[in-house]
Design a protein around this ligand. Structure first.
Ligand code: GMT
Length: 372
């Protein structure tokens, strides 16, 4: 099939998922056309049947706000017509679903039918999309998509609760390539981070308010009162400066390391003993799933779709949002006993395997065949 994939090219979960999906489909022989404003971060290396079409947004002194959506819809039309694209799969509703609707209408006038699949990822519904500035357009374009999917049951419920949706939302959970993440930890790297065998705790996110990264640091400091540990914070975003400032004021500040944006998560995660995700909301929590695939247990909140991937007392623990005492207690339960840690690691891997790429990508393929 010739498939157009529209996504954000950045480190956010929706862009990561869309890129990994495109790469997996290309490996299966489909031609994949990525349409976005920058090369997606996870799209490195050469793939014979992957094409990247950059959306250029020409500026003009009149434009205080360059019209990205118009440029995107026009690029979609051009790519579809010139590459026999048979369907558009857009990730994250804003503004991709509306631009896809526009492209679909333009093509219909030229006698070409192009089905549109919109995959909802989280903040497009729970934060941004609900705002009345966007809501009418988001609602309309979701209803106009040929197929609407959500990455968790929770996100499906949230969408029905917050928008007037007139169609079925299909749930296709996010996935991970377990083989890629399940690697032997590099001993030398581990020694560098924890020279005296301190436990390594990792958090990865875009450092937005919704992630409550300050709770990650508080949980870590409580853990550290009971046992030696090091915290690695991966990613970057609006809250980083302020969190880095307050971390510097802690007595044990040299055990908290900010590594910034990292493309090769599969190199770092395997050295971790525990992954912390303290978000106020996660539609799914792809970062936690990638950690599990690297055999790392997860201490998370019980918000949104997290209970669909993290199983309490099996591959990690969940606590109420903000309950850092409980999160640290659960973390210590796992970390203080080697046999318990081993069991939770094994279980994390087993749980990740349920969401392996090999199980989920065929669900999208079947959906594509159906809509074409
Ligand atoms: O986590 C973010 O803020 C980024 C955001 C995105 O759309 O890029 O992530 C959302 O989509 C991911 C992939 O489906 C999910 O795993 C994340 O849980 C979801 N984030 C939120 O719901 C806050």
């Amino acid at each position: 099939m010739n498939i157009g994939i529209v996504c954000y090219p950045t480190f956010g979960g929706s862009g990561v998922l869309a890129t990994e999906l495109g790469k997996a489909l290309a490996d299966k022989g489909h031609n994949i056309h990525f349409i976005t404003y920058q090369q997606p971060v996870r799209l490195s290396g050469f793939h014979a049947n992957i094409f990247y079409h950059e959306v250029r947004v020409p500026t003009y002194p009149l434009f205080d706000y360059p019209p990205y959506e118009t440029a995107l819809a026009s690029t979609m039309v051009d790519v579809i017509l010139n590459n026999d694209v048979e369907l558009l799969h857009v990730h994250y509703a804003i503004p991709h679903a509306a631009a896809a609707y526009m492209a679909k209408q333009i093509l219909a006038k030229q006698g070409k039918r192009i089905p549109v699949i919109t995959t909802l990822h989280g903040t497009d519904i729970t934060l941004v999309g609900r705002d009345k500035t966007y809501s009418p357009v988001v609602t309309f374009s979701m209803n106009e998509s040929d197929v609407l999917t959500a990455v968790s049951d929770n996100l499906k419920d949230e969408t029905y609760k917050n928008f007037k949706i007139e169609k079925e939302i299909e749930v296709i959970h996010n996935f991970v390539d377990v083989e890629r993440f399940h690697r032997q930890p590099v001993d030398a790297f581990r020694k560098l981070i924890s020279p005296n065998g301190e436990k390594i705790i990792v958090h990865a996110s875009n450092f937005r308010k919704v992630k409550r990264v300050e709770d990650v640091v508080s949980t870590f400091l409580l853990i550290q009162k009971k046992m030696p540990a090091t915290l690695l914070l991966l990613g970057d975003g609006p809250e980083r400066t302020h969190i880095e400032d307050s971390a510097r004021k802690c007595e044990s500040h040299n055990t908290i390391k900010f590594l910034g944006k990292q493309e090769q998560m599969e190199d770092i995660l395997p050295i971790a003993d525990l992954f912390l995700l303290t978000s106020e909301y996660e539609s799914f929590g792809l970062a936690a799933l990638e950690a599990m695939a690297a055999e790392v247990p997860v201490i998370s909140t019980n918000a949104g779709g997290l209970p669909e991937i993290n199983i309490n007392g099996y591959c990690g623990f969940m606590s109420d949002v903000g309950d850092v005492e409980d999160m640290s207690k659960n973390a210590l339960h796992i970390l203080q006993d080697e046999a318990t840690l081993r069991k939770f690691k094994e279980n994390a891997l087993a749980q990740a395997k349920k969401f392996d790429i090999a199980n989920i990508v065929p669900l999208y393929e079947a959906m594509y065949k159906r809509v074409i």
